[in-house]
Design a protein around this ligand. Structure first.
Ligand code: SF4
Length: 477
């Protein structure tokens, strides 16, 4: 999962992109980059590196950036390495001057790399999907130029729409893109299933109308843009240097927005497809509380209080405590200087992070039955360590509840759980998961209850194995 943002129409674009990336940092912490294009000087500038946004860019480097069209990226690596070649935005100098930043994953990366290399004689420098995407776009635009339908000094949105149509035919996966075509304008698109988020915003400035596209609505709002709408599945948007917006929808499929955005990833201040992340998390908690109440009524569990696992589950845990009329006790204290364990990208760093990031408050735990609430249980590493930590602190019984149903299948669309064997719920019963976690009882949201909160237009492939782009890519996993 990554954060992307693109802006056109204001000389403040580089600074706004930087601020936007700071706000999108929770979506990826491995690397960051900003690509600016200055229409007055016909000049691109690119700065990118590994690390947090505020480390990659210094006041000096920000002070030197200029342009009225910029894109930015904050990276969480699911494909590729931490190599500088994998850091986005990606650029190509032919045809025109192309730049892109994307969020998501391709499921047919290997085939496309081979196709580009052997059929199109294009060598790739990175292991990043972004380089595949920009080369596919470039390949089609080059073909149009070679047919002499256009000079490289000419451009029309229709040829971009055709290029993205070509991209959609080849690139299977879940991805949203923001990109630049110098010296003509900014573009953006969402894959035909609309798996990854992207929203369009607009504002009036002293310089005219400025447009912004970003992964989350709260970023648009923070930067003063009115949130116009979410891009539709298969939608392509082009905004010219003159501020004219063109849009086309290509090969749309049933909408399958990643449910994990509401469950875990997006900032609670954001809304996606018109549904507030905050309210959805409250409702997921409320829904789960019905199931928990039945267990209490049947004397299967008897919690003394509700314990949120910081930070994401706090909202759902609050709703659960309210509906069960139980106290909410934050007895897991978070060390805020440790990264989110889920988005660390190897097992060693994840396990160390779990040990370092949560500290139990023993005096309130000893002898108590705890209803622990987490947003999800993926590998189970964090959850089992939390259970052990609470037991060591003297807890009596621990019930571990997840607002997300059991994750049993890998995600090919940008979330880092690629192998079934890594998932604690893969081919396991609830009793087996309970035993593995070492708790008294594990309690999961059901898929039906998740859908009754989030609606039917969600991707839930990691719960069901029903992949919007087909499941063949999992055969070799
Ligand atoms: S498989 Fe799961 S994590 Fe991946 S896009 Fe679909 S819902 Fe999101």
């Amino acid at each position: 999962m990554c954060g992307i943002i693109g802006i056109i129409g204001t000389s403040k674009a580089p600074l706004e992109i930087y601020q936007g990336l700071l706000l999108l940092q929770h979506r990826g912490q491995d690397a960051a980059g900003i690509l600016n294009y200055d229409f007055d000087q016909n000049l691109y500038s690119l700065e990118k590196n590994q690390g947090y946004v505020d480390k990659v860019f210094t006041p000096e480097s920000l002070g030197k950036m200029s342009g009225q069209m910029s894109i930015g990226h904050t990276r969480y690596s699911t494909v590729g390495s931490l190599d500088i070649n994998d850091v986005q935005p990606m650029t190509l100098n032919y045809p025109y001057g192309l730049g892109i930043a994307h969020n998501g994953n391709l499921v047919n990366f290997d085939e496309l790399k081979k196709f580009l290399n052997e059929k199109k004689k294009r060598f790739l420098f990175s292991k990043n999907d972004g380089e595949i995407l920009i080369n596919l776009i470039s390949d089609y635009l080059s073909y149009i130029l070679k047919k002499n339908e256009f000079e490289h000094t000419q451009f029309h949105p229709e040829i971009l729409f055709s290029a993205i149509r070509y991209l959609f035919e080849y690139a299977l996966g879940g991805y949203s893109i923001v990109g630049t075509i110098a010296p003509f304008g900014l573009f953006a698109c969402k894959d035909p299933n609309g798996i990854r988020p992207l929203l369009l915003g607009k504002k009036e400035t002293d310089e005219g109308i400025s447009y912004c596209l970003a992964s989350e609505s709260f970023v648009l709002e923070f930067l003063g843009y009115n949130v116009e709408r979410d891009l539709e599945p298969g939608e392509i948007v082009f905004i010219s240097k003159e501020g004219k917006l063109y849009s086309s929808i290509v090969n749309p499929q049933p909408k399958k927005q990643c449910m994990f955005e509401w469950v875990y990833f997006s900032n609670p201040e954001s809304s996606l497809d018109g549904k507030s992340i905050y309210k959805s998390r409250l409702n997921l908690g409320k829904m789960l509380s019905h199931k928990i109440l039945k267990l209490i009524d049947n004397d299967e569990i008897s919690p003394d209080f509700v314990v949120p696992v910081p930070e994401t589950s706090k909202i759902a845990a609050t709703a659960i405590a309210e509906h069960l009329s139980l106290p909410l006790r934050p007895v897991l204290n978070k060390n805020r200087y440790i990264q989110r364990s889920f988005i660390l990208n190897n097992q060693d760093s994840r396990e160390n992070a779990v040990k370092l990031k949560l500290l139990p408050i023993k005096e309130d735990i000893k002898g108590k039955n705890l209803l622990v609430i987490d947003d999800s249980i993926v590998r189970g590493t964090t959850s089992s360590r939390i259970v052990k930590m609470l037991k060591d602190a003297g807890a009596n019984e621990i019930y571990f509840a997840s607002t997300c149903p059991p994750i049993t299948h890998p995600c090919g669309y940008g979330i880092d759980f690629p192998n079934s064997e890594d998932l604690i719920a893969y081919q396991k019963s609830e009793q087996e998961i309970t035993d593995l976690l070492g708790c008294h009882k594990v309690i999961y949201q059901t898929e039906d209850d998740l859908k009754s909160v989030l609606g039917e237009e969600i991707c839930s492939a990691c719960l069901t194995g029903d992949y919007p782009t087909g499941g063949e890519f999992l055969a070799n996993k």
